[in-house]
Design a binder for this molecule. Sequence first.
Ligand code: MN
Length: 298
Amino acid sequence: MKLALFDDYRLGVVTPDETALVDVTDALPWPHDPDPQGAGWWVRLCRDFAALRERLAAAARGTPRSLASVRLRAPVLNPSKIVAAASNYHAHVEEMHAVLERTAGGVEPWLMEFDVFLKAPSSIIGPEEAVVLPAAPLAAGKEIHHESELAVVIGRGGRHIPEHEALAHVLGYTIGLDMTVRGTGDRSRRKSYDTFTPLGPWLVTADEIADPHALHIHLTVNGTTRQDVNTRDMVVKIPGIIAYASSVMRLEPGDVILTGAPPGVGQVRPGDVLETRIAGIGRMRQTVVAAEDTGAPG
Ligand code: MN
């Protein structure tokens, strides 16, 4: 099932041909809350999806509306956190040597080791919104890069989740961009600017993805291929990321896990158009704009 959030945060099921969706909001066992701050209904849906699936599937046989007639939102709502994997593709770790020499004055060994860090959930935007390059890093001549990543959305939460049970905690998958200011300083700050986490175009439930480690990721900038890789090349696979992250912090329903940048990261500039595709999920397209320079930081 492809779950979409649209318009005033209604719930849709996307048709198999990906041209339309059916509004299934009224099939939920609670009243619709159009306030995106009131994300409790979405968290409950993530947690209890297995019990709700049948009634959503039945409602999805209703009248479709063209995707062109709705505004797609990010297919997550106020996650408690975005957990992001670092240094999770060997070829990306290799390319980062040159990137760090150029943008951070050298390579710190700990940056080249697999780990997880947090991004601010307020950096999330939907699949039809623009990435805004913040004024201060632009003015300072910093490079701002795209990282196209498979994103995991947690269903049932938990802590100390063992690897062999981890995929049972996955609600589904979506496409993520982990926009990043290169340079020195904490990753969480450099990756948490507003608009730095586009997600979309919808969430594909785990039952429709036979193997999340056999998905092709493809990103173009202005039509030129930058990233063209397969998720089989992840160093630490999704169960390992979930087990490690949940050994540190409780994973809550609706939390987002970015699985790490594949090779081919590179700079974006105002006016660029990013198109990201993951086979079996869909595609999304971002324009890149510069923030108005207010003189204020960021
Ligand atoms: Mn990343």
